[in-house]
Design a protein around this ligand. Structure first.
Ligand code: NAD
Ligand code: UGA
Length: 369
C-alpha cells in the first residue's frame, strides 16, 4: 500500500551502516529536531505521533510539514495502539528507537492525571513489548527527565543521587519509566538508555513552557507570574538549548549497545544506562525574564508570587560528566545566545517581525543617545 511504501522509503538509511530509527513524538519539540538531524546525516527516520491537543496542534502540523520537506514521514497513531506498532515493526527492521513521545508538562498533571499514566507508563510498556518481540530487537534511547531528582537538594545532580521524592505526577511517571526500563533490560536483554533532559528550550519549542509564554505575554503587554520557592527565594533552572540536547540524543544512539535478545528471549546481559543532559549552569527565573526583556526591548509586567508553583522543584543543576565520558556530551550554548535564537524564530514564525524590529530600532536610537 502507499502507506507502507512511504514508511519504507522514510526509514531507509542513505549512508552505509546508517541506522533505521523510529522516532516517537516526532511532531513534538525535541522529536522534530532530532528527526531532522538524524535524516540530515543519512539515517533512515520514521516518525510516530498522535498529534494530541495538549498544546496548539497547528504547531505540530507545521513541524510535520518541515519534516516532510526533508522526506521524514510521520505516522499518525498512538503509543497504545499495539497492532499499529507491531505493523510498523513488520514493515521495517528498526535498528533503533528514539522514544520521545510522552505527556510532558508539570502542572497539567493536576488537571489530567490519566494522560500521564496512559502515555508515559502504559504507552511506554506497549512500545517495549513490541520492541522485545521484534527480531532483531532495536536499541532504545528514551527521554526521562530532570524532574526525577524531585525534592533532592544536593546539587549538582549526579545520576547516582536519590530519585525517590518526585514532586509531581509527571515526575513520578518518568521515574516509573526508569524502573520499567530496568525490568525489560534485565529480563529480555533490551538495550535501553535513559536521558534526563533539563528544561529544554529553543526554536520550534513548546508553548506551555515558561520561556515561550513569557515571550508571548511580554510582547502583548500582559502580566507574567514569577513563582518563588517555599522560603521566598528565586527558582533556578538548568535551561538547556535544543541543539545541545540533539547532540546528546545522537551521542547516546551512536554509543548504544546492541540488544542481546531476539523474539522475546535474552541471550546475554545488555547495558542499562541513564544520563543527565543538562547545561551545567542554572539560571534564576528572574534572570530569564530580564534576558527576554532586553531581547524584546520591552519591560515585563512582573507579578511575583511568594510561593512555589504546585509540583515545582526549587532548582535543577546537572552534572554531565557521565555523558561527557561516554559520548563526549558538552553543552555549548548559554541562555542569552539560545534565547536570541528562540526569539528570532518566534517573531518570524508568528509574523511579528516588524514590531520587534521597530522596537529594536527605537532601542538602538536610545543607546546612541
Ligand atoms: P512535546 O510535547 O513537544 O513532544 C511530545 C510529542 O509526543 C508530542 O508531539 C505529542 O503529540 C506526542 N505524544 C504524546 N503522547 C503520545 C502518545 N500516547 N502516542 C503518540 N504520540 C504521543 O514535548 P518535548 O518537549 O519535545 O519532550 C520530548 C520528551 O522529552 C518527552 O518525553 C518529555 O517528557 C521529555 N522531556 C522534555 C523536557 C523539555 O524541557 N522539553 C525536559 C525533560 C524531559
Ligand atoms: C520543564 C518541562 O516543562 C518538563 O516537561 C520537563 O520534564 C522539565 O522541564 C524537566 O527538566 O524535566 P519546568 O522546568 O517546570 O519543566 O519548565 P517550565 O514550566 O517552563 O518552568 C520553568 C520555570 O519557570 C520554573 O521554575 C517555574 O517555576 C517557572 N514559572 C513557570 C514561573 O515562574 N511562572 C510561570 O507562569 C510558569
Amino acid at each position: 500500500a502507499a502507506w507502507e511504501k512511504q514508511v519504507r522509503h522514510s526509514s531507509t538509511p542513505r549512508r552505509p551502516n546508517g541506522f533505521s530509527v523510529l522516532v516517537t513524538g516526532a511532531a513534538g519539540f525535541v522529536g522534530s529536531h532530532c528527526s531532522l538531524a538524524l535524516k540530515k546525516r543519512g539515517d533512515g527516520v520514521l516518525g510516530l505521533d498522535n498529534f494530541n491537543s495538549y498544546y496548539d496542534p497547528s504547531l505540530k502540523r507545521a513541524r510535520q510539514k518541515l519534516l516532510l520537506k526533508h522526506q521524514v514521514f510521520i505516522v499518525e497513531g498512538d503509543l497504545n495502539d499495539e497492532p499499529l506498532l507491531a505493523k510498523l515493526f513488520d514493515v521495517v527492521p528498526f535498528t533503533h528507537i528514539l522514544h520521545l513521545a510522552a505527556q510532558a508538562g508539570v502542572r497539567y498533571a493536576m488537571q489530567n492525571p490519566q494522560s500521564y499514566v496512559s502515555s508515559n507508563i502504559a504507552g511506554f510498556v506497549n512500545l517495549l513489548e513490541v520492541a522485545k518481540a521484534a527480531n532483531p530487537q532495536p536499541a532504545i534511547v528514551w527521554a526521562s527527565s530532570s524532574s526525577v531528582y524531585g525534592l533532592n537538594t544536593q546539587v549538582p545532580f549526579s545520576e547516582t543521587h536519590r530519585t525517590d521524592q518526585p514532586a509531581s505526577l509527571y515526575a513520578a511517571t518518568k521515574k516509573a519509566g526508569e524502573e520499567i526500563a530496568h525490568t525489560y533490560n534485565h529480563i529480555y536483554g533490551l538495550s535501553l538508555t535513559g536521558l534526563r533532559f533539563f528544561t529544554v528550550y529553543g526554536p520550534w519549542g513548546r508553548p506551555d513552557m515558561a520561556y515561550f509564554f513569557f515571550t508571548k505575554d511580554i510582547l502583548q503587554g500582559k502580566p507574567i507570574d514569577i513563582y518563588q520557592t517555599q522560603d521566598e527565594k528565586q527558582v533556578a533552572r538548568d535551561f538547556t538549548y535544543i541543539d545541545d540536547v540533539v547532540k546528546g540524543c545522537i551521542g547516546a544512539l551512536d554509543t548504544a549497545e546492541k540488544s542481546t535478545g531476539s523474539g522475546g528471549k535474552k541471550k546475554a546481559p545488555a547495558q542499562l544506562r541513564v544520563y543527565n543532559l543538562g547545561n551545567t549552569s542554572p539560571v534564576l527565573v528572574g534572570k530569564l525574564v530580564s534576558i527576554l526583556e532586553s531581547l524584546l526591548h520591552t519591560k515585563a509586567k512582573k507579578h511575583v508570587i511568594k510561593m512555589p508553583r504546585n509540583g515545582d522543584v526549587p532548582y535543577t543543576h546537572a552534572n554531565v560528566s557521565l555523558a561527557y565520558r561516554d559520548f563526549g556530551y558538552k553543552p555549548t550554548t548559554d541562555l542569552s545566545t539560545g534565547l536570541r535564537k528562540f526569539v528570532k524564530w518566534y517573531v518570524s514564525y508568528y509574523g511579528i517581525q516588524t514590531r520587534v524590529k521597530k522596537e529594536n530600532e527605537i532601542n538602538s536610537e536610545h543607546t546612541e543617545d
